[in-house]
Design a protein around this ligand. Structure first.
Ligand code: PLP
Length: 465
């Protein structure tokens, strides 16, 4: 059988992909017709495709390549670990050095008494762990009826049946029998889209107080936990009003509800601190981590658990685990990634250089006729596209039509920027210097200008009634 190499003509690779590869979150038949883009190499913030085009990756892959592409050290560590011990499990009274060292490192980096680590292969399965862990915690404490987990509409917590249920994406819930029982969704703190005439601070409080209303309605003795992303990522990089998280924190404490921070995107420098919880002033009982944990170089995730929850869970047997929990190669790669983040002071670079410079440039986007809100937190940012910013109006077209068109323009300009409905989002590598940011912003502005022209041409600049 012939090896599938990079040296095949693009059209042949596309045909093979269309014939046999089912892509996630994709209308596959349509993509097959159009022809997929084949990525062959990457370095820093740039991807190279099979046609030799250089593409600026303003999404860090899928929010994960925090230290940028092409770091030799991670490849070396992976190769060394594969030779020494490619796999061993942690189920049956055994462990290995990479899992020990990574758990120890995460306990050191995580705030407060988050000192215990349960490994997974990614964010979805780590959140599955969290669901079972918080319910088991309450059951072991003699309160088995505390099962309900409160989450938010338009949250993203993964794509397994349980983590997809935990998330609040309606398009996902419509397929395959979700959500599972005992997950309750309250409204998100998205002021731009849903705040109406309310001031952002009041809106933040009102949305947080929906948690209290839900607890009272469900009965506090039935609620196990609340979960939220410090800054919603896949929902459109929604930065909550400042009043939101302190009120959520207060309500969780009042009713003795466990607080889970899903740090899969916000963790490991994205917001300028190790964790988004620090940036937002949250004190969670459990944090979900993945993505930036290994900068995407190897699949790994984890639940980082506080002393109290870990102590109760550890008092019995927790009948749960994954073959690849704490996989030695993935753990070694994650450790090396954390070493680089720390020794190269990449968080300092984000805080002192990249994030302030990006924030200044990002704010100027509201001068563009298409841009309403320009939101940013550290190195994750979004813009709301609108036909009428004074009214924060939505487009008359089907939601997502304009966003999709803008994304196509970005793609044509060799820029990866994602759309969520009619919001455009970025989450670039943390290592960008000011020159990189200038280049990215130039491509964004060009793409926005071309989107505006196209919308004008097609008569799509109309606001919904
Ligand atoms: C991506 C993501 C997940 C799911 O992680 P996977 O590694 O894709 O399973 C969970 N939570 C958040 C906030 C995410 O962004």
């Amino acid at each position: 059988m012939a090896a599938i190499t990079n040296h095949m003509p693009t059209a042949e690779l596309q045909a093979l992909d269309a014939a046999h590869h089912m892509h996630p979150f994709t209308a596959n038949a349509e993509l097959g017709e159009k022809g997929v883009r084949v990525i062959t190499r990457a370095k820093g913030a740039y991807l190279t495709d099979s046609e030799g085009e250089e593409i600026f990756d303003a999404m860090s892959g899928l929010w994960c390549v925090n230290i940028g592409y092409g770091r030799q050290e991670l490849a070396d560590v992976a190769a060394r670990q594969m030779r020494e011990l490619p796999f061993y499990n942690t189920f049956f009274q055994t462990t290995h050095v990479p899992a020990i060292a990574l758990a120890d490192k995460l306990a050191e980096l995580a705030p407060g008494d988050l000192n215990h680590v349960f490994f997974a292969s990614g964010g979805s399965d780590a959140n599955d762990t969290n669901i079972r862990m918080v319910r088991t915690y309450w059951a072991m404490k003699g309160q088995p009826d505390r099962k309900v987990i409160i989450s938010r509409k338009n949250a993203y917590h993964g794509s397994t049946v349980a983590s997809g249920s935990l998330g609040g994406m309606t398009a996902m819930h419509e397929q395959g029998g979700m959500p599972i029982p005992d997950i309750h969704h309250i409204n998100q703190p998205n002021w731009w889209a849903e705040g109406g005439d309310t001031a952002p601070e009041d809106f933040g409080l009102a949305r947080a107080r929906e948690l209290e209303e839900a607890i009272l309605e469900l009965g506090a003795d039935r609620v196990a936990a609340f979960i939220g992303e410090p800054v919603q990522g896949a929902g459109g990089v929604i930065v909550p009003p400042e009043t939101y998280w302190p009120e959520i924190q207060r309500i969780c404490a009042k009713y003795d509800i466990l607080l889970i921070a899903d740090e899969v995107i916000c963790g490991f420098g994205r917001t300028g601190n190790w964790f988004g919880s620090e940036t937002m002033g949250i004190r969670p009982h459990i944090m979900t981590v993945a993505k930036g944990l290994s900068s995407g170089y190897a699949p790994i995730g984890a639940s980082i658990v506080c002393d109290e929850v870990a102590e109760v869970i550890s008092s019995g047997e927790f009948n749960h685990g994954y073959t690849y929990s704490g996989h030695p190669v993935a753990a070694a790669v994650a450790l090396e990634n954390l070493r680089i983040l720390q020794e190269e002071n990449i968080l300092g670079h984000v805080r002192d250089v990249a994030a302030p410079y990006l924030a200044e440039a990002w704010a100027t986007l509201v001068d563009h006729p298409l841009v309403g809100e320009a939101a940013i937190c550290g190195m994750m940012a979004s813009i709301a596209l609108t036909p009428d910013k004074a009214r924060r109006a939505k487009f008359a077209s089907e939601p997502g039509t304009v966003g999709y068109l803008c994304r196509e323009m970005c793609f044509a300009n060799n820029l990866i920027m994602r759309h969520v409905g009619d919001r455009m989002i970025i989450s670039p590598p943390l290592i960008l210097d000011t020159g990189d940011i200038d280049e990215m912003m130039a491509r964004i502005r060009k793409s926005l200008d071309e989107t505006y022209e196209k919308l004008n041409e097609k008569g799509l600049l109309k606001a919904a009634a």
